[in-house]
Unconditional design. Structure first.
Length: 210
């Protein structure tokens, strides 16, 4: 089963039968239950994985939260980048369902590349495609974070005049209440119109203006 799985993987399809059999002997079948981690971000890159069946989620820490990079299934590779370079894992991979994988140790992987340059070229293409996809997702995430900061700044700028308006309304309410205590509304609305002004001639009006 391990041999057939490797042969069906494009990365190893061109390996000579003897090398493919050697790689199959070095591979270790693993089973994951839903929720279990296959790869943890920051752990050493000591192996690569070939997904035999099931579905997994790839996530990366960004800004204190887990960002989903992809969902992967049967026939895909995981962990090849850090396994080749021998550096810490750049992302986490968690099983979403029951998953069967083949674990290929780093030493066995490097031995394959030394024997079959075509395999190294194939995995380089896989690595480049994955880097482009990851970079695009993180760039979109940064844009959204920038929009969030802009929205927070606008909310702050709007809250300042809103607070001033609330204070003004409160002061106006107090002023209206004080006015009503001095002059109840009934006294204002029940006023009797004054008597019509007497008619004056131009000279009398001028005298009074003076």
């Amino acid at each position: 089963m391990t041999l057939e799985t490797l042969r069906a993987t494009p990365l190893f399809a061109t390996l000579p039968p003897a090398d493919l059999a050697r790689l199959a002997n070095l591979s270790e079948p693993q089973h994951l239950r839903p929720g279990e981690l296959l790869i943890r971000e920051g752990d050493p890159g000591d192996a690569m994985y070939v997904i035999v069946s099931g579905e997994l989620e790839v996530t990366k820490q960004s800004g204190g939260t887990d960002v989903q990079l992809a969902k992967v299934g049967a026939g895909t590779l995981q962990g090849e980048m850090s396994a080749i370079e021998g550096r810490p894992r750049s992302a986490s991979v968690r099983a979403l369902a029951d998953v069967e994988v083949l674990r290929i140790p780093r030493d066995a992987l490097l031995r394959v590349f030394a024997v079959t340059p075509e395999a190294a070229f194939s995995i380089l293409q896989t690595v480049l495609n994955r880097l482009r996809s990851t970079e695009s997702l993180l760039r979109e995430r940064e844009k959204l974070a920038g929009l969030g900061q802009l929205a927070a700044g606008l909310a702050h700028e709007l809250n300042n005049p809103a607070a001033a308006i609330r204070r003004s309304v409160s002061s106006l309410e107090e002023a209206v209440h004080a006015r009503d205590m001095l002059h109840p509304p009934r006294q204002i609305t029940d006023l009797v119109p004054a008597a019509p002004a007497e008619r004056l001639g131009p000279l009398e009006r001028s005298d009074r203006i003076e």
